[in-house]
Design a protein around this ligand. Structure first.
Ligand code: ADP
Length: 392
């Protein structure tokens, strides 16, 4: 009898997925105990698997890419970001030799050299100019490797922008400085008549003024970039902004341009949320551009309207020289000018429209530009409904 039970138990142990045999006595006890050990083990394995899955999903969430290689440099695991960085498929490419799939010479050489003290820079998959910084670490018994990749495309772009910006600023300052020091030398070296002396001083003060304007614009940009987002509940009256802008504009134009300033019935009660000095700077820049790029006699029309959707629109329309279509998308880049000498002659810094764009974006609005060479331009700032209201 016992032999039969023993056999039943043995049969079950050979296919343990099945239920244990229902036998009484000692063999029954053994079957019960074995089943319990089995359940405990299964539970432990499940827990371990869940922990591993959690661990891997934490690594997967890292902005860096992580790829694990076995001793034969075959991919044993790859995070989603690493797959993106190297252009791999996290499932299909498992157990493939990494250098069969990632063929970038810099990476292949680095991996083969076995010297992983420093990271190596490689092109990012996709071929649109992006770069990765790749670092390999050995782990386990020293033959397995983990490849960590970091996307440095944005950092490089920011570095280039910063370098270009510093180069541009230096150039903009160097030119008037060279002129100024030339005049200083002239004044020291040559006996000048009173008329000549006056003329030289006038030219010197023009150059000094140019530098001052540039530094002032740079400071505005730095201040805007470094300050918190404009408050959504500090209200500025549209009519007050218009008054300030009108008086500055008339001073600048000195009656050379017929000007019209319009605030419709609703606009009289319009209010805009945000930072008053920033709005003044943005709107003022558009008006001063209209004046500077419109020959004497050309019309300028400045308007604020409250829109039916609850938002608002500030626009400056001029009858000036206009802008060719191909320049329009680049106008808000720092120091971008269609005609450098005209911009400088009229006291331009090349920073005005980048200030305008920054201010508008910070307030959730938009800058629209339409223009036709020889006919004139319209610059429009739209302000979203959340930042416009009608005063009581
Ligand atoms: P700037 O100080 O040179 O005027 P901005 O950033 O204000 O710099 O403008 C960039 C360029 O856009 C100007 O150099 C000029 O070529 C062009 N521009 C801006 N506003 C106008 C306008 N109203 N009419 C024609 N061209 C304009």
């Amino acid at each position: 009898m016992d032999t039969l039970k023993g056999h039943m138990l043995l049969d079950w142990l050979r296919t343990p997925e099945a239920d244990p045999p229902k036998v009484a006595g000692l063999w029954g006890e053994v079957a019960h105990r074995v089943k319990r050990v089995q359940i405990l083990k299964d539970r432990q394995i499940e827990q371990e698997q869940a922990r591993l899955a959690q661990f891997l999903s934490a690594i997967d969430a890292s902005p860096n890419g992580v790829m694990m290689l076995d001793e034969g440099e075959q991919i044993t695991w790859i995070s989603s970001n690493a797959a993106l960085h190297f252009g791999l498929d996290p499932k299909r490419d498992l157990m493939q030799r990494v250098t069969n799939l990632v063929r970038q010479p810099a990476f292949v050489r680095y991996l083969a050299a076995g010297e992983y003290g420093e990271a190596v820079k490689c092109a990012k998959a996709g071929g649109n100019g992006g770069h990765l910084l790749i670092q390999v670490q050995r782990y386990g018994d020293g033959n397995q490797k983990v490849v960590i990749s970091q996307d440095i495309t944005e950092r490089e772009r920011a570095d280039t922008m910063r370098r270009d910006f510093v180069a541009n600023v230096s150039h903009e300052i160097r030119t008037p400085l060279t002129v100024l020091s030339g005049f200083i030398e002239t004044m020291g070296a040559l006996p000048l008549t009173e008329v000549e002396r006056k003329r030289v001083i006038e030219l010197m003060s023009q150059q000094a003024e140019r530098m001052q304007t540039l530094v002032a614009d740079l400071l505005i940009l730095a201040q805007i970039e470094g300050s918190p987002m404009p408050p959504p509940d500090r209200w500025v009256r549209a009519d007050r902004l218009m008054q300030r802008i009108e008086s500055d504009a008339r001073g600048l134009s000195r009656e050379r341009h017929p000007m019209q300033f319009t605030l419709d019935e609703q606009g009289q009660h319009g209010e805009i949320a945000g930072v008053e000095s920033e709005w003044l700077s943005a709107m003022g820049n558009l008006v001063s551009n209209a004046i500077r790029y419109t020959p004497e006699g050309g019309h300028i029309h400045v308007r604020w309207v409250n829109l039916p959707d609850g938002g608002g629109e500030f626009s400056v329309k001029d009858g000036g020289i206009g802008i060719a279509q191909e320049h329009i998308p680049r106008l808000t880049e720092r120091f971008y000018r269609v005609d450098g000498s005209r911009s400088r002659e009229t006291g331009g810094t090349g920073l005005g429209l980048s200030i305008v764009k920054h201010v508008v974006q910070r307030h959730g609005g938009e800058l629209r530009i339409s223009s036709e060479p020889g006919k004139g331009s319209t610059f429009t700032l739209t302000v979203p409904a959340a930042r416009v209201r009608l005063s009581a």
